[in-house]
Design a protein around this ligand. Structure first.
Ligand code: PMP
Length: 390
């Protein structure tokens, strides 16, 4: 009987047990899971409308308000990677025909400008040399000239290792009726960020970086000013899944609770525990620990004769460092040797740093002196004894 036969056979690959190596994840992300987050992810599933799920979401919201340093009622996490946070931030603010001014100094400009263009916006880049941050003066010049709907900047510029200062940017944007959208995927929790104090309108992040939770969640927060605009936009958010007016309902942001989509609760458990760890340590202690780890890394790299891409120490990001490739070594050899001999994961360059630099991440639990010393020792060995390509 044809109805009882299979046209496609069960794959032989699934007969072998799942095998996952334990790598030291010192790349630009993801970072290693903490045991507490990993264990939480194995707890029983719950439905999206169960009261225990609502309580869990409320706890995550409070943890995120702490991490974002905000009282914004519309603070939640989206069920998607950091790219989804970026797409949601832009899709909720932009309407076709709007202008978006974007700092162009990194790979993330390419992604954000692609998304904004697909959403029908006109993108105006502010050209900044990769490895350098956008100055408030250059930002104001562009915002005053174009009066855009939004200004997009990346706080923790992970493709070049730049720390983008945000002080003054919010107030400047608001003088011109512009909203400030900030990518904090690679920085939230690891370097100071004050959503309310700095008047940031939309900030999004990722679960897999400083929080040491599994990839797949994107924390996001919207200021009252951003919500006012969203509530009065002429066209609905073009992507149903990312429409904060409906997803905010499932997070209880507007009073009632309604089903939006089946929530990845096991990821929520892990993020909840990750946020509990941040709260236990304290944000300021976490920021300081990341700063000290980065300083130790930068000193160690310089002792090896390596040069950082970002020249000015005050522009260097604590969580991700871009290091110029040593002479006579290509990035593939460097990464391959570190992984094959030491099970240490490092990143290649990305966008403007591709082929020029490699990147080291110090995020969450990995931002500690022991991990830093291990990376420096590994790099010393890799430079001395690279494994040639097969
Ligand atoms: N923005 C920045 C600054 C990032 O570092 C990353 C991840 N490397 C992203 C956005 C995208 O995040 P994801 O890979 O989770 O989509």
């Amino acid at each position: 009987n044809a109805a009882n036969t299979e046209d496609v056979r069960a794959p032989a690959s699934l007969e072998t047990p799942l095998s996952v190596p334990n790598k030291m994840l010192m790349a630009a992300g993801p970072s290693n899971l903490t045991p507490r987050a990993a264990q939480a992810g194995g707890l029983p599933s719950l439905g999206p409308m169960h009261p225990e799920t609502f309580r869990l979401m409320d706890e995550i919201k409070e943890g995120l308000q702490y991490a974002f340093q905000t009282k914004n009622p519309v603070t939640l996490c989206l069920s998607c990677a950091g790219h989804g946070g970026m797409e949601a931030a832009l899709a909720n603010i932009l309407e076709p025909g709007d202008t978006a001014v974007m700092c162009k100094n990194s790979f993330w400009f390419d992604r954000a400008s692609d998304m904004a263009t697909r959403q029908g916006a006109r993108v105006v880049p502010i050209d900044v040399k990769p490895g350098q941050p956008l100055t408030l003066e250059a930002a104001e010049e562009a915002v005053a000239k174009h009066r855009p709907r939004l200004l997009f900047v990346v706080h923790g510029e992970s493709s070049t290792g730049v720390h983008q200062s945000l002080e003054g940017f919010g107030a400047m944007c608001h003088k011109y009726g512009t909203l400030l959208v900030v990518d904090a995927v690679a920085s939230l929790g690891g370097t100071p960020l004050y959503t309310d104090r700095w008047e940031l309108d939309v900030v999004y992040s990722g679960s897999q970086k400083v929080f040491n939770a599994p990839p797949g969640l994107s924390p996001i927060t919207f200021s009252p000013r951003a919500m006012e605009h969203i509530q009065s936009r002429k066209t609905p958010c073009p992507v149903f899944y990312y429409d904060v007016l409906s997803i905010g309902d499932s997070w209880g942001c507007f009073g009632k609770r309604s089903y939006h989509h089946t929530l990845p609760v096991t990821l929520f458990y892990a993020l909840r525990e990750a946020l509990a760890l941040v709260a236990e340590e304290g944000l300021t202690a976490s920021w300081r620990r990341h700063q000290l780890a980065a300083q130790r890394l930068h000193d160690g790299l310089e002792r090896l004769g390596l040069r950082l891409l970002v020249e000015k120490p005050e522009h260097r990001l604590a969580t991700v460092t871009a290091v110029l490739l040593p002479d006579n070594m290509d990035w593939a050899t460097l990464l391959r040797t570190a992984m094959a001999r030491h099970a240490v994961d490092l990143s290649a360059g990305l966008g403007p740093t591709f082929g020029r630099a490699f990147r080291v991440g110090l995020m969450g639990t990995n931002a500690n002196p022991k991990a830093v010393d291990r990376v420096v020792n590994v790099l010393q060995d890799v430079i001395k004894n690279p494994i040639a390509a097969a």
